[in-house]
Design a protein around this ligand. Structure first.
Ligand SMILES: Cc1cc2nc3c(=O)[nH]c(=O)nc-3n(C[C@H](O)[C@H](O)[C@H](O)COP(=O)(O)OP(=O)(O)OC[C@H]3O[C@@H](n4cnc5c(N)ncnc54)[C@H](O)[C@@H]3O)c2cc1C
Length: 521
């Protein structure tokens, strides 16, 4: 194709993240011609597996790592051979009380060790009972909301009526801290619950942003279970790419879109002109934006939406063995679910106020998880035999602006702080468990919000592209798929749509549905 020649497709999708791929499959299946223009030389965006440490055959989920929000319906509709594994251990949290090393293991059944640990850490059974009752109520939200995620947005009042319980007010209307403080007494337990409200969201418990983030962490597929992707996150993208190719989707890699303009009277019946940085041009009836709304605004030359900045660091590690814990907990249990450390309610409050004042938190709340305890298929056979493991860590309340003046220096400070905090709970310091490269360096990397912007285009490192939105529309507003923009033939199909955010395919599905509806299909 010559540079000046413009090529027509029914739909051009800007960005080849998993949501763009999902949208492309639905649209191609319905008989439309579809092209994906991807800035990078590979597909997947934040949903990829990569050989992070080139000397080792270990394909880590470099950015996103667990799956909850991806509806089974999408997997079935698209015939994907993508499998996930449920985890028996939900979380483990080490804690020191009176100089004694203890830990809170929360398993799915909330029995045995879980009830013993609750008692040992909180003094009685009340906190476990509060936990059971709270999450049983949250389940009512999941039951009502999950079935609506691939439909047009319900109205606020219709959804509220469907939930029909005070949990609506507790999670949707009032600040999250209110329900946490009313229902729980323990600083540790309140902190574990609050975590789901703060992952990827720079907030405290007073801001409704935390409520929305909490909601999305608890409603996936109607269970809120976070499952391990077999083969890592890249396995999902590999399946989607194969499916899209079979359906005839055309891919253009190294194609950074830098302008989109609309006209009602150009050739081929197209209404959008899309051009790339390298000078290629395309025409289409519809454009789907898989990249972030802030990036779309730049390309359209409009005002970008306001959004919180990304506020987490992601640390990827390859280990020769798992560290032993001072509490005596079995590392194979402790690291199988989410391993929280220094995520007490008070830790979050302190860290938030320090970070909001422009300082690196003195204690950085963090959590980790080990993929290889559930699925060794991401490792070469040799590494499996030798017992290698992977760990992924999220450090919270480390917003983009902290890295502005010195990205690598700030990352070094934060990494050292995180490892020191973690080592307080370990017999074997984590550094002694990390694999080494041939030059003696340790197999560990840290990604700041600025790195996420640079590498995969997340504005200010916001892992959800922009602030999440409640999964409903206000009463009296126009019916909507949650993907519409000011331009009639341009829809969001990425995390920045309403009900986007996370590895879900939901905005991809819903943008495709909006196009098909507009076509009368
Ligand atoms: C470190 C990290 C950990 C996370 N952990 C989890 C997790 O465990 N579970 C979970 O559910 N979610 C997680 N998330 C969030 C989740 O990964 C994202 O919300 C989701 O992957 C977004 O998918 P998407 O397809 O909408 O967009 P993206 O994956 O962001 O894809 C957008 C694509 O657009 C491309 N692009 C950008 N600009 C242009 C342009 N101008 N022209 C052409 N192409 C362009 C990008 O290169 C990219 O490929 C995590 C995110 C991060 C960063």
């Amino acid at each position: 194709m010559s540079v000046s020649e413009s090529t027509y497709f029914d739909v051009v999708i800007v960005g080849g993240g998993h949501n763009g791929l999902v949208a492309s499959c639905y649209l191609a299946k319905a008989g439309l011609s579809v092209a994906i223009l991807e800035k990078n030389d590979s597909l997947g965006g934040a949903t990829v597996s990569q050989k992070v440490f080139p000397e080792y055959e270990a394909r880590l989920s470099r950015y996103s790592y667990l799956v909850s929000l991806l509806p089974d319906q999408i997997i079935n509709d698209l015939g994907l051979e993508f499998k996930t594994i449920e985890r028996d251990v939900s979380s483990f949290t080490p804690e020191k009380i009176d100089d004694k090393d203890l830990g809170l293991l929360i398993n799915r059944g909330l029995t045995g060790k879980t009830s013993e640990d609750f008692k040992a850490l909180t003094g009685n059974d009340a906190e476990l009972e509060a936990w059971k009752s709270f999450y049983a109520d949250v389940q009512k939200l999941a039951d009502a909301i999950a079935p609506t995620m691939l439909q047009k947005l319900p109205t606020r009042s219709a959804l509220k009526e469907k939930v029909g319980h005070k949990i609506w007010d507790e999670i949707i209307e009032n600040p999250l801290e209110q329900v946490l403080e009313e229902r729980f007494n323990s600083d540790l337990v309140r902190g574990i619950v609050l975590t789901d409200g703060l992952i990827g969201t720079f907030s405290d418990g007073k801001n409704l942003a935390a409520n929305i983030c909490f909601l999305y962490h608890l409603i996936g597929n109607g269970t809120g279970d976070w499952k391990v992707p077999v083969g890592g996150m890249g396995a999902l993208v590999a399946e989607l790419v194969e499916s899209a190719k079979k359906l005839g989707v055309t891919f253009f890699l190294d194609s950074e879109v830098n302008s989109i303009s609309s006209s009602s009277s150009n050739s081929n019946g197209g209404e959008n002109f899309i051009t790339t940085a390298s000078g290629q041009s395309y025409e289409s009836k519809y454009v789907l934006a898989n990249f972030a709304p802030q990036k779309l605004a730049k390309v359209l030359n409009t005002q970008p939406p306001k959004s919180l900045e990304g506020s987490q660091v992601k640390v990827n590690m390859l280990l020769t063995k798992l560290p032993r814990l001072k509490s005596g907990a079995d590392p194979k249990l402790a690291f199988a679910g989410t391993f929280h450390f220094d995520e007490r309610y008070s830790d979050f409050q302190r860290a938030y106020s320090q970070a909001a004042a422009g300082k690196i938190p003195g204690v950085i709340p963090a959590e980790m998880y080990c993929h290889t305890l559930s699925d060794t298929s991401i490792l070469g056979a040799d590494l499996v035999t030798k017992g290698f493991q992977t760990l992924t860590l999220f450090g919270m309340h480390t917003p983009a602006n902290l890295f502005e003046n010195d990205n690598s220096g700030t990352k070094a400070i934060i990494l050292e702080r995180l490892l020191n905090q973690l080592n307080q709970y370990l017999i074997d310091p984590i550094e002694t468990c990390l694999a080494k490269n041939s030059d003696g360096s340790l197999c560990i990397e840290i990604k700041s919000p600025l790195d996420l912007e640079e590498e995969i285009g997340l504005p200010r490192g916001n892992i959800f592209h922009k602030d999440l939105s409640m999964p409903f529309r206000e009463d009296g507003s126009e019916p909507s798929w949650g993907v519409e923009t000011d331009l009639p033939n341009l829809f969001l199909c990425g995390a920045g749509a309403i009900r986007g955010g996370g590895v879900s395919g939901i905005p991809g599905h819903n943008a495709a549905a909006a196009v098909l509806e507009a076509r009368g299909l």
